[in-house]
Every structure is written in C-alpha cells, then in structure tokens.
Ligand binder design. Sequence first.
Ligand SMILES: NC(=O)c1ccc[n+]([C@@H]2O[C@H](COP(=O)([O-])OP(=O)(O)OC[C@H]3O[C@@H](n4cnc5c(N)ncnc54)[C@H](OP(=O)(O)O)[C@@H]3O)[C@@H](O)[C@H]2O)c1
Length: 78
Amino acid sequence: MHVLILGGTTEARRLAGLLAAGEVPGARVTSSLAGRVAAPRLPPGEVRIGGFGGADGLADWLRTHAVDLLVDATHPFA
Ligand SMILES: NC(=O)c1ccc[n+]([C@@H]2O[C@H](COP(=O)([O-])OP(=O)(O)OC[C@H]3O[C@@H](n4cnc5c(N)ncnc54)[C@H](OP(=O)(O)O)[C@@H]3O)[C@@H](O)[C@H]2O)c1
C-alpha cells in the first residue's frame, strides 16, 4: 500500500515516522512538502517537494505513482 501524506506539519511527520517504522506492514510512505521552508525537517520515508500543479497535477501524480491512500495532514487553515 502506497500512502502519500501531504505534509509540512508535526503531525504529518509523526505519521510518516510510524508508517516508515512498519506500524502498518507493507505500507510504503511518501511525504509531500510545499517547498516553502528552505531547510525543512525531513520526515522518514520518501519525500517529494513542491506543488503538483493544481488538482489535475495531483491526480496525475497519484496515478503515476500508484498511490492507494492520500492523507491531507497539512495545516488546518492552509
Ligand atoms: N498557512 C499556514 O498558516 C501554515 C501553517 C503551518 C504550515 N503550513 C504549511 O505550509 C504549506 C503551504 O501552505 P500555504 O498556506 O502557504 O499554501 P496553501 O494555500 O496551503 O497551498 C498553496 C499551494 O502550495 C502547494 N502545496 C501546499 N501544501 C503542499 C504539500 N504538502 N505538498 C505539495 N504541494 C503543496 C499546492 O500547490 P499545487 O496546487 O500546485 O499542488 C497548493 O495549491 C502547507 O503544506 C501547510 O501545511 C501553512
């Protein structure tokens, strides 16, 4: 199961840490950061940085990378 976490928050980093540590057997985790911070604290697991190019770009990325589960763990007011 490939999990994509829209991150940039403490909670997102903690969730990525749990998944990368094998909390859910067989799960692969990728965290996505907006790229606003010059030297971000990188979460465990795979990381990609930068916008997707809107909803269509995000949909393409999900298909291309065979994402099974998308978690929006960005800041609630972002
Ligand atoms: N605003 C706040 O108060 C606040 C506070 C703490 C943390 N943050 C974090 O800072 C980031 C940007 O927030 P914002 O308020 O400046 O902008 P935003 O309005 O939340 O997002 C603007 C654009 O940035 C890209 N983006 C945002 N989060 C992304 C992510 N996790 N991965 C890839 N692309 C992302 C998306 O571009 P595309 O449409 O091109 O994909 C989005 O349309 C968010 O991840 C948010 O959680 C914001």
